[in-house]
Design a protein around this ligand. Sequence first.
Ligand code: TTJ
Length: 652
Amino acid sequence: MENNENITKPVEQEYDATQIQVLEGLEAVRKRPGMYIGSTGERGLHHLVYEIVDNAIDEALAGYCDHIEVDILDGDVIRVRDNGRGIPVGIQEKMGIPAVTVVFTVLHAGGKFGGSGYKVSGGLHGVGSSVVNALSTWLEVEVRKDGKTHYQKFEYGVPVDDLKVIGDAEDSGTTVTFKPDPEIFTDTVRYDYDILLTRLREQAFLNAGIKITITDCREDGDKDDNGNNRQDVLHYEGGIKSYCEFLLEKKRADRLHDDVIYINGKQDDAIAEIALLYNTGYDTNIISFANNIHTVDGGTHESAFKTAMTRVINAYARKFKMLKDNDSNFKGEDVQEGMIAVISVKLTDAQFEGQTKAKLGNTYIGTLVNSAIGNVLTDFLEANPSVAKTIVDKIMSASTAREKAQKARELERSKSGLSRVRMPDKLADCISKDATRTEIYIVEGDSAGGSAIKGRDSNYQAILPLWGKMLNVEKARIDKVYGNEKLTPVVIALGTGIGENFDISKLRYDKIIIMADADVDGAHIRTLLMTFFFRYMPEIISEGHLYLAQPPLFEVKKGKHKRYAFNEAERDMYSAELGGNVTIQRYKGLGEMDAEQLWETTMDPAFRTILKVTMEDAEKADGVFSMLMGDDVEPRRKFIEDNAQYVQNLDI
Ligand code: TTJ
């Protein structure tokens, strides 16, 4: 008796644990279905079919099955049947239940939307059978194996009975039938024949030799021209080469060469295959797959393909003097005109990136594709000179047409004065285009920039915030900032161009006002900008367009009375005027003022003071700048110490 208990107890425990795990898993899937199938809309609904079909495709890739049938039945029930070995029905040791029951009830790690990659083939592919089951009102599985037919039914993912033998079997294979749960797929449970057809056809192309039959058996389903149920048999011995042919058929263009070009490469566990067909059309059709998953957003395989194609074609055209020494290289867009290409890579550790996980990230795949194109395509072109010539001629005419169109556009633009550049994203431009009246405030920092944008007169005042936060002098030397791309927004906003191209007649504002804090960083930014204008756009200064804003240093307040003081003398004067006993706030930065205060004190043309920068001022700034850039530490320290004085009078 005791012995007996010892044997049965662990088994029961195991079974309980399995039960709990299964129920928790199902609950998780039904709670957040989007996590497992991407969406609960039409896409998710169709995705259920792919999850099931993927398993049968794996069996086919393993070499045990050559026909998969997909039927859409009345009530939008889906039936998928294969002629493989049948899912194993024996007791799975770990779980203590039949393997087929495990397949449909235990949530497998590494699903498409859950994370880690796919195996190229052999089992890990359609890990979503249990997900499909959990999201179905009911699901039935029938396994024909070793002369017997095994059957089990589930509702909402839970077995309604044990796996049972229900009869004999002539052949072997697996049939899965399921009805998606309308409580999950609240948008629609209606299957679209064409959506399924497109995806199944794609899989048939990607897995050469597999036959997939799709039939619309619904009474209210799609009918063919004779009024019969629609049916398509998808079977392509040519694989991705057939895919190119299929894509060509849909175009109103002719092929440029008889045979689809096929390129492949291998490295360790990874393989890359490319099929290429040029046509007389002008558009480009490049589609890429990783582990049979359509990488809609491309990735390393697709980018490597494009750059390698351009490189190889250019090298070939140069070598055989189709491109002369003076001709410029073909561009990617030239090489891609009229191109149909299917890229399919398989790898064991696919990294899918981006929002939709539809972009391949593995860099070594790029290298593999690149070398495959480099070797195989180069050889092909040299071995097939007439095909090569036809293709290069086509690319040549694309290139010529592109250059012509470009010239025409430029001419058109210069005629209509439309050669407008895109303004910097950070620029809050003013409404008026009257360059005799408009002003641009170059503001230090995003927060002060925000107040300035709120407080300004948007008719005539534009705001350009510079740098999120000015770099501390001690942390980063000014020369790191100077001369780099951080000043391009200024140049673009002004519209004048720079250096040799400088044209003051294009200046978009009458006043350029530098507005920076009354501290060392502010002093820095003023020095930097003044030096910049002095060296690269001196006319801005000599023509009197450059100004320094003068934010107040103090707020003197008593009761309702408030005055802003711009220096210490004013501060003392106001506090005396108000009869002493005043509250004095010292403004350390523009950011301490709200939009209204900034407008009142510093930006309102009726009340503000702005200082016009002279050439002498700028020249001095240039000297300070050189000093700051120099190796001598002492003057730099002194500059930092003296900056309060620097701020108050322009005498630098
Ligand atoms: C697994 O390894 C041992 C032999 O059988 C393999 C297997 O599971 N094969 C298999 C699974 N063939 N077909 C399927 C399958 C088919 C459909 C339609 C649905 C599912 C979930 C699996």
